[in-house]
Design a protein around this ligand. Structure first.
Ligand SMILES: *Cc1c(COP(=O)(O)O)cnc(C)c1O
Length: 409
């Protein structure tokens, strides 16, 4: 039996689980699968069992595990320079910013690392814009957010979460946020005051269960924002970068935001890379020293981000998402009334509600893992289906066969 050197613990799934249990903070409840390597849409655990990845790191792995173009870009950059800090310029930075702005149809880029940092940055930008450009008295700007939102885990961001588990015991909270129901444009309009800086929304609410807004919602919010001089901020960290079949999920609504937050897939599943992108009149409010990050926009991150943008510029992943997504929804749709109560989504991204009387989300996830498919419940009775966009149709069908078996059990 192989053991961890000096511990006597077996180097098996149980041994690894015991290590995590003893030595890591328990802020997650992972499935009992210990991944050792991965390629494309497949991961392999320490016992040599293979699984289809139907979660894709919450869409951080849109291009699959270790996409050869991304690995090549990172490897090449590792041989040159990895970190400069923003105290100096480097040769990947401006190109990354230009290419990301061109990809998203925007004018300026503020690179950060994690998604939460991008959202924090957007909040700071909107507040500064409101105080300096709109003329809202300093320290009084308000941001309108939606119920059941997910924007990250910092103290300010959980201040406007409606998830009690994410908030309890973490106050005092940051003021200045107003919550309205997601999808209710009248409520957004009614919540706007002369102090409103921005409306911050996910184009599709991922964590809430892949909630697609009612048709016309974003167009109406855009109209209200234009009439009242309010910024629209789209958090595309999970929905963006080809997950729904377009670079930006908001494109499906025919609406442009003033700021977009990007993350997750921007780092190609290799590094945390995030950004706020938008127009010059908002991003231009930041002056030297007012905001920053030691690692934000580092050469390695810019190199992987540029390789991600090259993949997106081929259009192949958007096309795969659209085509495979149609097939996904067609097959899942047949399960409504047969184990599922509802199916939502766009592109290769679905939220499926397990019918009452069937397995819980956790039980379904565990059963799927036994059948070689990894996905995870979001909310108690909803599974989020988000395979890498490189998945083949045969692999997708194999995963859907397992889902069919589990939800009908
Ligand atoms: C994941 C996510 C975030 C937070 O990103 P982190 O990299 O985990 O900080 C923010 N917004 C949305 C919509 C997300 O899905």
């Amino acid at each position: 039996m192989t053991t961890f050197a000096g511990t006597g613990l077996p180097a098996s799934t149980d041994g690894y689980l015991a290590l995590d249990e003893q030595w890591s903070a328990h802020n997650y409840h992972p499935l009992p699968v210990v991944i050792a390597d991965a390629a494309g849409a497949t991961v392999t655990d320490v016992d040599g069992k293979s699984y289809l990845d139907f979660l894709s790191g919450y869409s951080a792995l849109n291009f699959g595990h270790r996409h050869p173009d991304l690995i090549a870009a990172v490897t090449e950059q590792l041989g040159r320079v990895t970190l400069t800090s923003r105290a100096f310029h480097h040769d990947q930075f401006g190109l990354f910013c230009r290419e990301l702005a061109e990809l998203t149809g925007t004018e300026m880029v503020l690179p950060m690392n994690s998604g939460a940092e991008a959202v924090e940055s957007a909040v700071k930008l909107a507040r500064k814009w409101a105080h300096r450009i709109k003329g809202v008295p300093d320290g009084t700007a308000e941001i309108i957010v939606a119920g059941a939102n997910f924007h990250g885990r910092t103290t300010t961001i959980v201040s406007f979460s409606t998830d009690e588990t994410a908030r309890a015991d973490f106050g005092p909270f940051t003021p200045g946020f107003v919550t309205v129901p997601y999808g209710d444009a009248d409520a957004v309009r009614a919540a706007i005051t002369p102090r409103t800086a921005a409306v911050l929304l996910e184009p599709i609410q991922g964590e809430a269960g892949v909630i697609v807004p009612p048709a016309g919602f974003f167009a109406e919010v855009r109209r209200a924002c234009d009439e009242e001089g309010v910024l629209l901020i789209a958090d595309e960290i999970q929905s963006g970068l080809a997950r729904t079949g377009t670079v930006l999920a908001l494109d499906h609504e025919g609406v442009r935001a003033d700021l977009y937050t990007l993350g997750k897939a921007l780092g190609g599943g290799i590094l945390p890379v995030s950004a706020v992108v938008g127009g010059r009149e908002v991003l231009g409010v930041l002056k030297p020293g007012e905001h920053g990050s030691t690692f934000g926009g580092n050469p390695l991150a810019c190199a992987v981000g540029r390789a991600v943008i090259r993949l997106l510029n081929t259009g192949e992943f958007q096309r795969r998402s659209t085509e495979l997504g149609e097939h996904l929804r067609q097959r899942l749709g047949k399960l409504v009334g047969h184990g599922l109560s509802e199916v939502r989504g766009r592109g290769l991204w679905a939220g499926i509600d397990l019918a009452p009387g069937g397995p819980s989300g956790r039980a379904a996830s565990e059963a799927l893992a036994k059948l070689g498919v990894l996905c995870k419940e979001t909310q108690d009775t909803t599974l989020r289906i988000a395979p890498p966009l490189v998945i083949t149709r045969a692999e997708l069908d194999r995963g859907l066969d397992a889902i069919t078996q589990v939800v009908q059990a």
